[in-house]
Design a protein around this ligand. Structure first.
Ligand code: UDP
Length: 154
């Protein structure tokens, strides 16, 4: 297991509009994850369709694209031990009504179509690489030493 596993996370437009960006970032920082890329963008429709390509044929696809392009989003890359699986646990079930209290979706959302945050699927091996490449150029990912690394990792 690598200390440097990178995972793609994105604050969705509902959470941006509701002032939850700091809250989402805070939870990931508090866990000890290292922020290596972050920006605010209005996602172009084409990029949204590429990001959600696996859902092209689903009945909710058009609504999903409309939602994710409806306002600013905050794409991020976080790094840490087992980062992908840990972040998925922290965001909770896709359906906020099924998400445990204490998870991001379980604490901040009530509706499947307004579920606050995206994170790459830990069961889809290529997801991080694919999603990071869609949303970030290499030079937007910052290389630095996490000052408390010795206290986060044995
Ligand atoms: N979604 C939806 N209706 C559904 C299933 C999914 O609106 O019936 C949306 C929801 O916002 C979800 C996104 O589509 O986060 C992508 O679905 P996926 O199954 O990949 O869930 P995730 O990886 O986001 O937990």
């Amino acid at each position: 297991m690598s200390d440097h596993e990178r995972t793609f996370v994105m604050v969705k437009p509902d959470a941006f509009a509701r002032g939850l960006v700091g809250n989402v970032v805070s939870r990931l920082e508090d866990r000890g994850l290292k922020l290596v890329g972050i920006k605010v963008i209005n996602m172009p429709e084409e990029r949204a369709e590429e990001h959600y390509a696996e859902h092209t044929d689903k009945p909710f696809f058009d609504d999903l694209i409309e939602f994710i392009t409806a306002g600013p989003v905050v794409p991020m890359v976080w790094e840490g031990q087992d980062a992908t699986r840990q972040v998925r646990q922290m965001i909770g079930d896709t359906d906020p009504l099924e998400a445990d209290p204490g998870t991001i979706r379980g604490d901040f959302a009530l509706d499947l179509g307004r579920n606050v945050v995206h994170a790459a699927d830990h069961e889809d091996e290529g997801a991080n690489e694919r999603e990071i490449a869609i949303h970030f150029d290499d030079e937007e990912l910052i290389d630095y030493d996490q000052h408390d690394a010795n206290w986060l990792y044995e």
